[in-house]
Design a protein around this ligand. Sequence first.
Ligand SMILES: [Zn+2]
Length: 220
Amino acid sequence: MLLMRVCAGCGGPGPSPCGRCRAGMRAVGEMAPPEPLTGLWAAFAYVGAGRELLARLKYHNQRSSVRWLASAMAAALPPGLPAVALTWAPTSPQRRRRRGFDQAELLARALGREVGLPVVSLLKRVDAAGQTGRSRRQRSCAPEFSYRRPPPASVLLVDDVITTGATLQAAATTLIRAGSERVCAVVAGTTPLPSPQQPPGAVNMRTHNSTPAEREPQWT
Ligand SMILES: [Zn+2]
């Protein structure tokens, strides 16, 4: 029996994403990195088909677009990136258990194959439930990481979506405290959209408040 290929962007027949969804996605590229990151690149804006592809991967385990996502992330990266290894910003242990996978890890492993760099598990998300002595607000706002092993000097961090930047900032801070000298990041989708008033490459990063894409969707 032939399995019909289905686009994870629109649910229609064809490759994932299909040509129509690809045409509707807005490429982004280089962004202004929030400290302590020294570089940040995004494949596309987290709207429309781009949002749908990532949401269906994250919440419905639709992995048919992972290879395409990895190649789009690789295309967003500049040539000659000095990173010697890739790692990812892990999701919380509860979410990983519930979903059975970590979408950031899937993307990092596919991207590692794409760019020919090793993918190493360097970070561990500190379980929010175990963070005693912190207020509920502190627990819900900033994710915390610890490191599993000393990281290499230059690391490329991978995540599925950047919203406020707080997750990547926390992950990069942990890697630098553990000994990395340079941490760059690449994401598939970005919610802070480049504004036409700004020079190319400059994107306003919100540094606090809500993180809509990290909430579970209402429509499951
Ligand atoms: Zn489609």
